[in-house]
Design a protein around this ligand. Structure first.
Ligand SMILES: Nc1ncnc2c1ncn2[C@@H]1O[C@H](COP(=O)(O)OP(=O)(O)O)[C@@H](O)[C@H]1O
Ligand SMILES: [Mg+2]
Length: 297
């Protein structure tokens, strides 16, 4: 059941009142003034599908003993899709010091052991259940997330071919958006929030997201490329082609012409690099150059 009988008004009455909204391009989040609940409204791209994915995944993940936010109420009201979650204890992971980064990566690896499970017949795709549509090969599941214009870009072949070996990776349940603010560290447990990008695919996709977010966010916080602690990230399983794909996915979702700011040679080199620290260092240089060219975070 992905819809409760409760209307948004009833949920506000029971779990609110809710305070000021934190507004992002694709969501609004409001905490209850008593601190017990969080109202999330999905806006922009595919709100209803994102709501369903998130609610379904947290309801599933709880059976694996993961600490995830309980869905107190969820539904759709006129144009708005919304969910009310119970607020979990803990503070988002930090990345301000090497020690904090090491701890964060340790939490990711611990989570990975419990989350990245396979199941018979599990096929790659968005969400945790088959949302219809044909099963995709693992590498086309990644390529299909890029907009169709990318097929005409000079780097397409340099990306598509090295992604082929992913076919031998098991398909597992993915969080889809692992980053420090989604891992809440409490006194006794680690909680994981924001499951709306959950998917099925090779585990290295989640690991690559962690590395990519870390590098990009440190650079956009003003850290110099040569100071990015790439050595700390070597505990994460690594794939050069997936890292190159992740960089392109980011650019594809920025301003319309940003995707053309990256050279085919850079993508080719990144995808061919099998030494993780060298690949992370070269990603850092590329992202720093893109930032200098005005690409928004
Ligand atoms: N159940 C929760 N308990 C405590 N904090 C939460 C909870 N859900 C979200 N948060 C905090 O609020 C932030 C925004 O929520 P999130 O689900 O990530 O929405 P968005 O889609 O806007 O990123 C999260 O990064 C996290 O720090
Ligand atoms: Mg979030």
């Amino acid at each position: 059941m992905l819809d409760d009988d409760m209307t948004l008004r009833m949920a506000e009455h029971r779990y609110g009142p809710f305070g000021r909204a934190t507004v992002k391009p694709f969501s609004r989040a409001q905490r209850a003034v008593d601190g017990g609940a969080l109202l999330k409204t999905y806006v922009g791209v595919d709100p209803e599908r994102r709501r369903r994915r998130e609610v379904e995944s947290v309801r599933h993940a709880v059976h694996w003993g993961l600490s995830v936010p309980e869905v107190l109420a969820t539904g759709r009201c006129n144009a708005d899709s919304w969910s009310v979650f119970r607020v979990l204890p803990g503070r988002p992971c930090g990345v301000r010091t090497d020690r904090a980064i090491e701890e964060y990566i340790g939490h990711v690896l611990g989570l990975s052991q419990r989350l990245h499970r396979s199941a018979p017949g599990l096929a790659p795709g968005p969400g945790w259940s088959d949302e219809g549509g044909c099963p995709e090969p693992r590498h086309s599941f990644l390529l299909n997330q890029l907009s169709s214009r990318c097929r005409l870009r000079p780097w397409w072949a340099a990306l598509a071919e090295p992604l082929q070996p992913l076919e031998s990776h098991p398909v597992v349940y993915l969080h889809g958006d692992l980053k420090p603010e989604h891992l809440l560290v409490g006194d006794h447990q680690l909680s994981v929030v924001d499951w709306e990008a959950s998917a099925r695919g090779p585990a290295v996709v989640d690991h690559t997201d962690v590395a990519f977010h870390l590098i990009r966010d440190l650079l956009y916080a003003g850290v110099e490329p040569r100071r990015i602690p790439v050595g700390l990230m070597t505990r994460l399983p690594f794939s050069g082609p997936v890292l190159a794909w992740r960089l392109l996915l980011w650019l594809d979702r920025r301003r319309p012409r940003d995707i053309d700011l990256i050279a085919a040679l850079d993508i080719h080199r990144l995808a061919a690099e099998d030494h993780a620290p060298a690949a992370y260092a070269s990603l850092a240089r590329a992202v720093a150059a893109l930032r200098a060219a005005g690409v928004p975070r």
